[in-house]
Design a protein around this ligand. Structure first.
Ligand SMILES: [Zn+2]
Length: 254
């Protein structure tokens, strides 16, 4: 479906729905007839460590996982992991194409591996990796998709370690967006962000207890075949495993 420069494509596992009318009819039918009462949530799902933990923790309630492809350096690696886990859990997976980000947005996350700084999240230079208002945009789309299916919750796995540099991961933003979504939908779609006050190490601990294979998650901002081991998210990932004393399955370049 193409609206001006806004191009959206949905993939249901291997099925590509390229006819908007057919897609719309199918969504309505899901909403009216097939939507299980317990499955009342959509999740914003990247295929990274944090959102994979949330996918498993809430899997009994998730009707739809939504992955946004905004052309990041690591998009293809993350999306492959997202597909793997959704297929593994039998959760419907939509991949929304936001390729126009590369045309209009400024961020090292969409400008190639060479532009990504080394270091940890609390360093000033890490701000170059911020994609302006990314979560606001993703919430807006996920909220519309949720209401289209009668799903009353949108889950997101932002955590305490994100707050230092990402304004759209902070509790005050989440609360404001939650209020906007609730006010702007008939069914009062709400945000659920249960990891807001947890650390990444808490998530590794939690996910390991649930049996998650973190070898099938991808984090590196540079997007290489292997994690670089030096960018902010590799640093954070490595420290999280170390902090909770759990063996890190990730293969790092350095
Ligand atoms: Zn990296």
């Amino acid at each position: 479906m193409t609206i001006g420069n806004f191009c959206v494509s949905l993939q249901r596992n291997t099925e590509v729905l390229d006819n908007p009318l057919k897609q719309n009819k199918k969504m309505i039918s899901n909403n009216l007839f097939n939507n299980s009462r317990e499955k009342d949530a959509a999740i914003i799902y990247s295929g990274g460590l944090d959102s994979t933990t949330l996918l498993y923790e809430k899997r009994e309630h998730i009707a739809l996982a939504v992955t946004f492809d905004y052309g990041s350096n690591h998009a293809q690696q993350e999306i492959a992991c997202a597909k793997w886990h959704c297929e593994h859990l039998g959760i419907e997976h939509a991949i929304v194409n936001l390729s126009f980000f590369k045309e209009y947005f400024t961020s090292s996350l969409i400008s190639g591996a060479d532009t990504i700084p080394n270091g940890s999240y609390d360093e000033e230079n890490m701000k170059s990796t911020v994609v302006p208002f990314r979560n606001g945009i993703m919430f807006s789309i996920a909220c519309g998709m949720a209401e289209s299916r009668g799903l009353t919750r949108v889950l997101i796995a932002n955590h305490g370690g994100d707050h230092a540099i990402y304004p759209d991961c902070r509790p005050d933003f989440i609360a404001a967006m939650d209020a906007a979504m609730q006010a702007g939908t008939y069914i009062g779609v709400r945000i659920e962000a249960p990891y807001t006050h947890l650390t990444k190490a808490d998530l590794v601990r939690k996910g390991t207890e649930m049996g998650i294979d973190y070898g099938h998650t991808y984090s590196c901002y540079r997007g290489g075949e292997r994690h670089c081991g030096r960018c902010g998210t590799c640093t954070e990932r490595r420290e999280a495993f170390k902090e909770c004393g759990i063996k890190d399955p990730t293969i790092y370049e350095q």
